[in-house]
Design a protein around this ligand. Structure first.
Ligand SMILES: Nc1ncnc2c1ncn2[C@@H]1O[C@H](COP(=O)(O)OP(=O)(O)OP(=O)(O)O)[C@@H](O)[C@H]1O
Ligand SMILES: N[C@@H](CCO)C(=O)O
Length: 329
């Protein structure tokens, strides 16, 4: 088996994401302009070194349980290459953890694309001929984004966050035969161009909610009427985001997951209810507890938390056109 060579270094930047956007549960994702940055370097001396600054510093493990490291090991297994003898990961994290902003997906995507990039030129695919020599520092390093969507979605367990972090912008993801991630189906994502007027506001609380906890309260089955209503609104949502933002308020109604999780994030729903009563297209961001508002450039200043503001940090992060970026160091 070929081994990832020593002496290679890449810089990887990956954006945050918001999943669901109301009715697009486990399918629709939107990249957000908050970024994790990693420098990943291989060496010929054994051992692992991980340094973390920013979000998660002091909380995430800095040994082989670190999510970026474990994801890289998994990806090298998928690619059929042996890991390098030594590995250094320097993380500067800007994506808040367990706030519904896709931090775990960002970390997983970083691990997948870093592992792909560091394996370039090993004869693993056609693209590799271009990397017979390791590129000069500063060069962009393209990776197989379709593979990155698939591997990161499988590891994350749902494709909405991971796809947006890989591709940027607005994404809709699905499994071709609808059998679900656990059956090993390839995940596919469509990248949809956002209407130029769309702008987003995010309200981030101090409190955290693990996605696993928020998923545990969801019912195994839902009434046909709820499924039908969400399907219609999800279709309208894509139209509203791509073509006609005047429909955003109606398009962000959801009957599948937000009410079922209300007791897990009462303050989040209090803010969603307040903003929606004012005509803003507010939704729970991912599994919460952050709140996302889909607005327009001209209306964004009107999106305020009012009397609830002290509990929330208000951000206008922008929606990046591109997702994960990889450069040679
Ligand atoms: N950059 C990172 N480096 C290492 N571990 C991370 C990183 N980001 C997230 N994690 C791990 O993932 C956990 C958060 O995952 P979780 O799925 O609960 O929340 P989230 O991804 O932020 O939210 P959501 O999936 O609802 O958008 C953290 O507690 C940490 O263990
Ligand atoms: N679709 C997932 C997103 C988690 O970020 C959920 O709502 O559980």
């Amino acid at each position: 088996m070929k081994q990832v060579p020593p002496g290679r270094s890449v810089e990887v930047r990956v954006p945050a994401s918001s999943a669901n956007l109301g009715p697009g549960f486990d399918s629709i994702g939107l990249a957000l302009g908050l970024w994790d940055r990693y420098v990943v370097t291989t060496s010929d001396s054994g051992g692992l070194s991980i340094e973390v600054t920013g979000e998660g510093a002091g909380d995430v493990p800095t040994d082989d349980r670190h999510l970026v490291h474990s994801t890289m090991q998994h990806t090298w297994g998928v690619l059929g290459v042996a890991p390098p003898a030594g590995l250094r990961i320097q993380a500067t994290n800007g994506v808040p953890h367990s706030r519904g902003l896709g931090s775990s997906a960002s970390a997983i995507v970083a691990g997948v694309v870093a592992a792909q990039a560091l394996s370039a030129g090993l004869g693993l695919d056609d693209r590799d001929e271009a990397y017979a020599e390791w590129p000069a520092p500063g060069q962009p390093m393209p990776v197989d984004l379709g593979l990155a969507v698939h591997v990161s979605s499988r590891l994350e367990g749902h494709p909405d966050n991971a796809s947006a972090s890989v591709l940027g912008g607005l994404t809709v993801s699905w499994m071709p035969d609808g059998s679900g991630l656990d059956r090993g189906e390839q995940t596919v994502s469509a990248r949809i161009a956002l209407h130029r007027d769309v702008e987003v506001v995010v309200f981030v609380p101090d409190t955290q909610l693990a996605t696993r906890t928020a998923r545990a309260v969801l019912p195994a089955t839902v009434p046909l009427a709820a499924a039908a209503a969400d399907a219609g609104r999800a279709a309208l949502l894509v139209h509203a985001l791509a073509t006609d933002p005047s429909h955003l308020h109606a398009a962000t109604r959801d009957w599948l997951h937000q009410e079922a999780r209300r007791s897990s994030y009462p303050e989040t729903m209090e803010l969603v209810d307040l903003l929606r009563s004012q005509g803003h297209a507010a939704v729970v961001s991912g599994a919460g507890p952050s709140v996302l508002v889909l607005s327009t450039h001209g209306s964004v200043e009107q999106v305020q938390a009012g009397s609830l503001a002290p509990r929330w940090e208000r951000l206008v992060p922008g929606v990046p056109e591109h997702g994960a970026c990889i450069r040679v160091r």
